[in-house]
Design a protein. Structure first.
Length: 246
């Protein structure tokens, strides 16, 4: 046995482990608090504002029937009904995004497909999906982590990259679930700290860390951006989480 293998943990090692545990616990509590708040907002959007907008639509339909003899007013009401329908659609989408009940019902793969399909349609971005067979029995924390990271990565593509094409791959490698999201956008210089320390990337890193996962971000100006996430299939264990921006 080597000297390094026999070395006993020093007080500094123990203190470092304690700090890392406390940081992880704090990060987990923050994520849990966010998820609870998003669930509450989702319910308010769906059961509160959504229901009121639906009632408005019904009342407009009734008014339309009463004013059938006034074509110009009916035309205006039709436009209002179209706007109301668009608002309802947006509210339902926001409600689903805030609290992914769909994830609980149909699983990770189908949920990622839905997110990609909706974003592709809404923003005219071609998204190529490659989803392999995923082992059953992933923990809820792992599934939610990967789902939220897909959401955040695609949000970053729409907001920052100017990409026309995105590739999303989900598979298994060496006992880990591996998620890759790459785009052909404008990319950035990773050495510029403002890019690597944005709120979106920090959120992805923290979510991955909570399930002993790692996030790798690679990018070059003019050559797009690639995000890779690796998470142990069994969820959090004893291995240390890592984040490796390159």
């Amino acid at each position: 046995m080597s000297v390094a293998a026999r070395r006993r943990p020093t007080s500094e090692d123990q203190e470092r482990r304690r700090v890392l545990r406390e940081l992880r616990d704090l990060g987990g509590r923050l994520i849990d608090a966010h998820e609870r708040e998003w669930r509450r907002l989702s319910g308010e959007l769906h059961d509160g504002i959504g229901q009121r907008v639906a009632l408005l639509s019904i009342e407009l339909e009734m008014l339309r029937g009463q004013l059938a003899g006034s074509p110009r007013i009916v035309e205006q009401i039709d436009r209002l009904l179209a706007h109301t329908e668009d608002i309802c659609t947006d509210l339902h989408r926001l409600s689903r995004d805030l609290h992914p009940a769909w994830l609980e019902r149909v699983g990770l793969s189908a949920s990622i497909r839905r997110v990609c399909t909706e974003l592709s349609s809404a923003h005219s971005i071609a998204i190529h999906l490659d989803i392999a067979e995923i082992p059953a029995g992933l923990t809820n924390d792992v599934e939610l982590c990967l789902y939220r990271i897909v959401q955040e990565a695609l949000h970053n593509v729409v907001k920052h990259s100017g990409a026309a094409t995105v590739t999303v791959r989900l598979g298994v490698d060496l006992g880990e679930i591996v998620l890759n999201v790459g785009d052909d956008g404008k990319g950035f210089d990773p050495s510029a700290g403002r890019h690597m320390n944005g709120v979106g990337l920090i959120s992805m890193r923290e979510r991955a860390r909570q399930v002993d996962g790692s996030v790798t971000v690679t990018s070059k100006p003019g050559l797009g951006t690639h995000v890779q996430v690796r998470v142990p299939i069994g969820g959090p264990a004893t291995c240390a989480a890592g984040v490796h921006p390159t």
